[in-house]
Ligand binder design. Structure first.
Ligand code: NAD
Length: 291
């Protein structure tokens, strides 16, 4: 075990670039894991927007960082600065984890992997499942693509008529035509309540991948009332502040399995941790300390 918790001349740096950044749980999660395992790394958050991205990546290369996480607003903008991007991250169109592989910066997306693993930890296997997915932003795109790659049978995407709608159409197109597998995807306006309700009725999983349910939309749900849900439905929410959103309260009231976004957050980090260090993150310890 190397200098537990101490920084010395061999300490390797892992970064996070985003803005705003102060609320991120990632520095605490990774640093407590390094300390617990006695690994000589430190994880630091840097307030970086699109304007500084080019300079920062040049600096990271010069400093030979072991890797870094990328969050908003840099997840899509980072792609041209990387040496390689995995096929899944390319489909998603966003990178949240970069690993320095012998001097090459390789981009991954572990958000979708984290989501699927979070379901699995709750006893839900995505394979063969029909999903109603609300949202088409960064989180939703990762969920849609990874769920299709991991064997979901149908994904019905609903989004409001904003700039994300085009992402929904692109994601469905990729799933239907580019991703080898049997998943079928459709896209609909969220305003079509009749269709949304019928899709939920026919689904195994309902996923809210929008910020509805967290501040400033805390106390609101993406569906109007609990009668839209059936007890066999798994209801998952990407939001984890609050831990129990209005949607998850509704889900529990009709006996659905209700899963918040903490698992996705934890497991996306665990996957990145493993790629940077070659060690499994001590997730039970992290859960005890943070959740
Ligand atoms: P984004 O801005 O890329 O996408 C937002 C999506 O929500 C879009 O599809 C948009 O159309 C939809 N939307 C926004 N407001 C809406 C409303 N009032 N009604 C209906 N639809 C609405 O954002 P993102 O990065 O995808 O993040 C979405 C949420 O996911 C945030 O709450 C974020 O905190 C959360 N998130 C969680 C994790 C995790 O690990 N659990 C990871 C990433 C993001």
């Amino acid at each position: 075990m190397s200098d537990q918790g101490r920084i010395d001349g061999k300490t390797q740096l892992i970064g996070l670039i985003a803005t705003p950044i102060g609320h991120s749980l990632s520095p605490a999660m990774h640093n407590m894991s390094f300390r617990k395992l006695g690994l000589n790394y430190v994880y630091l958050a840097f307030e970086v927007g699109n304007q500084q991205l080019a300079d920062v990546i040049t600096g990271f290369r010069g400093l030979k960082l072991r890797g870094f996480n990328v969050s908003m607003p840099n997840k899509t903008k980072i792609l041209p600065y990387l040496d390689e991007v995995t096929p899944a991250a390319r489909f998603i169109g966003a990178v949240n984890t970069v690993v320095n592989e012998d001097g090459k910066f390789v981009g991954y997306n572990t958000d979708g992997v984290g989501y699927v693993r979070g379901l699995k930890e709750n006893g839900v296997d995505i394979e063969g499942k029909k999903m109603t997915l609300i949202g088409a932003g960064g989180a939703a795109s990762a969920i849609a693509i990874q769920s299709a790659l991991d064997g979901a049978s149908e994904i019905h995407i609903f989004n409001r008529n904003d700039e994300s709608y085009a992402h929904a159409v692109k994601n469905a197109d990729l799933i239907n035509h580019e991703i080898a597998g049997k998943c079928k995807a459709t896209v609909h306006p969220i305003e079509n309540e009749e269709l949304l309700r019928a899709s939920i009725e026919d689904s195994d999983i309902l996923t809210n991948a929008t910020g509805v349910g967290m501040k400033p939309l805390e106390g609101r749900s993406i569906i109007p009332d609990a009668s839209w849900l059936h007890p066999d439905l798994v209801v998952s929410d990407v939001v984890y502040i609050p831990r129990k959103t209005k949607l998850l309260e509704m889900a529990e009231s009709v006996g659905c399995k209700a899963i918040n976004g903490l698992g996705m957050m934890l497991w996306q980090g665990a996957k990145a941790f493993e790629m940077w260090t070659g060690h499994e993150m001590p997730v039970e310890y992290v859960k005890e300390q943070m959740f």
